[in-house]
Each structure stands twice: as structure tokens, then as C-alpha cells.
Ligand binder design. Structure first.
Ligand SMILES: Cc1cc2nc3c(=O)[nH]c(=O)nc-3n(C[C@H](O)[C@H](O)[C@H](O)COP(=O)(O)OP(=O)(O)OC[C@H]3O[C@@H](n4cnc5c(N)ncnc54)[C@H](O)[C@@H]3O)c2cc1C
Length: 275
């Protein structure tokens, strides 16, 4: 949701954003900064995602993206980190667009957020751009209270280690935080680097269902494997929160999760703006 000082809750359900900046992070990844209207500010829990409705020559279509804000959590900016998908519709639009591109946004959605009860150890696991939701979570963790946090990030090689400098600095500055970069196609050399997949590292953590809390994000296969292992190790679903970056076709049914009331409010807003 975007808080709009002079508006009703109805208007808050969907808002329009404009692309302000695009940066290349790696060969296949860019970060996109969208800006909300001047009198609005973001209202979400770090770790949540939004649904973006874009328009291309074939019409409107929707894709979900986690908010990746780090420097500023609750201002007017929405930072996204997006990896290129061959012949993907959003990829084709976003990786070839100009600043000024507009999108209609609904949200926030999702349960991949910090647990209310502080665990002995918080383990955040991601593959590739599944890192996105952990950036605002890392910022929120700076307010204190979590004694031990581990980030397991799986990439093929170092060129895919996005936000590497930010994460290495964060690890240096915060005693509670450990970074483990898992390289599947390159040999580990630095202290924070490990050979192989994130799931190998999960097995090496010596997990404890009574004191660990897991957040899993990204590749659906990685998440299923990790959840299988954690379940066998005695974890319950409430301590293993999962967010799969499923493809649009598979996630389309999620639009049905909107209540009749929400759909009505969105329709009213679209009508108001003549869309
Ligand atoms: C809750 C949620 C949060 C998400 N957050 C992010 C995020 O922060 N950053 C991000 O980059 N993505 C994120 N995604 C994925 C994103 O919504 C899109 O699915 C992705 O950007 C691909 O869209 P596209 O239109 O380019 O490809 P599509 O047109 O949807 O797909 C084109 C073709 O590629 C296949 N395909 C799609 N995605 C992949 C993939 N990842 N790997 C291999 N094949 C694929 C499809 O099956 C299809 O055949 C998220 C998804 C969900 C459900």
C-alpha cells in the first residue's frame, strides 16, 4: 500500500508508479527504481512484494516483484531487482524501456517477513534475485533484537553476486550477521564463500527446530528441497516461511486471492482514472 495523505483506503489499493532509474547489476540483472506520486509514502512490511500491471503492445499484464529497498524503506521509491528471462514478457518490456514507464501497482502482499517472536537464529536463504526481499529486512534488523542472522545466497558465479559490496560491508559492521555465498560453478576462495548449493549449507548449519526460524525465497526447486530437509529435521511450517518465484502463468491464480470487495474497489479506481 502507498499511504496517500489526502485519499481514502479505496484509492490506496492501487497506485501508479513511474520508472525513475535503471542500473545494470550483472549481465542478466538490473535494478529498477520506481517513484510513487509526491504526496505518498510506502506502507509495507520489509520482505513483502507488490503486483505490477504493465502495458505493452499486446495489452496489460501483471507480474509480482519483491521490494528490494535498502537505503530508504518507507519513502516514495520502490526498488526492484529483476533478472532477465529469455523471451519473457516483462523482461522484454523492462530491459528495453525508457525512464518514465508507468505501472499500476497493488499490494503489499506476502508473509516473508520477520517473525514476531525473536528466534535464537534467523536463517534467510535465497537463490539469485530471491535476495531482493532480504535487503529491506536487513535494514529492519538494524533496529536490533535478533541475536543471530545467517544469509545463505546461492549464485552460479561471482558475477551474479548482486549487492556484494553492500552485503560484505553489512557483515563487517554487524556482529549478529553471517554471510555465506554459495557458488555452484566457481571455486570458493574468500572466507564467506562456499562451494555448492545453499541446501548443502543448510545441512551444515546444524539446524535446530526449537530455536531456528527459516525464510526461503527464490527458485521453487531449491525451496522444495530445503523444506523437505527441514521437515525431516522436525521443523513445522510456521518456522519455515517460503516464497517461490513461480512464473506468471503459475501464479495467475493468485489474482483470485483478491476479495470481491477488493476487486470492486480496484474496478472503481480504474473507472475513475479512465483505464
Ligand atoms: C511473489 C513473487 C515475487 C517475485 N519477485 C521477483 C523479483 O523480485 N525479481 C525477479 O526478477 N522476479 C521476481 N518474481 C518473478 C517475476 O514475477 C516474473 O515471473 C519474472 O520477472 C519473469 O517474467 P517475464 O514476464 O519476463 O517472463 P514470462 O513471460 O512470465 O515467462 C517467459 C518464459 O520463461 C519461463 N520463465 C519465467 N520465469 C522464469 C525463470 N525465473 N526461470 C526460467 N524460466 C522462466 C516461463 O515459463 C515462460 O516460458 C517474483 C515472483 C513471485 C511469484
Amino acid at each position: 500500500m502507498c499511504n496517500n495523505s489526502g485519499s481514502s483506503a479505496m484509492i490506496d489499493l492501487m497506485f501508479t508508479v513511474r520508472l525513475e532509474r535503471v542500473r545494470t547489476l550483472s549481465e542478466s540483472t538490473k535494478d529498477f527504481r520506481f517513484v510513487c506520486a509526491a504526496n505518498t509514502s510506502l506502507d509495507y512490511k520489509p520482505g513483502q512484494f507488490y503486483r505490477f500491471v504493465f502495458a505493452d503492445e499486446h495489452g496489460e499484464f501483471e507480474r509480482s516483484y519483491s521490494l528490494c529497498n535498502f537505503d530508504e524503506l518507507y519513502g516514495q521509491h520502490m526498488d526492484l531487482v529483476i533478472s532477465e528471462v529469455g523471451n519473457g514478457r516483462a523482461t522484454n518490456l523492462l530491459f528495453n524501456c525508457q525512464e518514465g514507464l508507468e505501472a499500476n501497482v497493488t499490494g503489499p502482499f506476502g508473509r516473508l517477513t520477520l517473525p514476531e517472536e525473536v528466534p535464537g537464529r534467523l536463517v534467510m536463504v535465497a537463490t539469485s534475485v530471491g535476495l531482493a526481499p532480504y535487503m529491506p529486512i536487513l535494514k529492519e534488523l538494524e533496529t536490533g533484537g535478533f541475536p543471530e542472522v545467517v544469509l545463505l545466497l546461492g549464485v552460479r558465479d561471482r558475477s551474479e553476486f548482486i549487492y556484494g559490496d553492500v552485503l560484505k560491508d553489512y557483515a563487517e559492521q554487524h556482529d549478529y550477521f553471517e554471510l555465506r555465498l554459495c557458488l555452484s560453478r566457481e571455486k570458493a576462495t574468500a572466507g564467506y564463500e562456499h562451494d555448492g548449493y545453499v541446501n548443502t549449507q543448510i545441512e551444515r548449519l546444524g539446524v535446530n527446530p526449537d530455536s531456528d526460524h527459516f525464510l526461503l525465497c527464490g527458485n521453487p526447486e531449491m525451496i522444495d528441497d530445503a523444506w523437505g530437509y527441514l521437515k525431516e529435521s522436525g521443523f513445522k511450517a510456521k518456522n519455515v516461511v517460503r516464497e517461490k518465484y513461480v512464473f506468471a502463468r503459475e501464479s495467475r491464480s493468485s489474482a483470485k486471492a483478491l476479495t470481491a470487495e477488493q476487486k470492486q474497489l480496484i474496478a472503481a479506481k480504474l473507472k475513475k482514472y479512465g483505464k
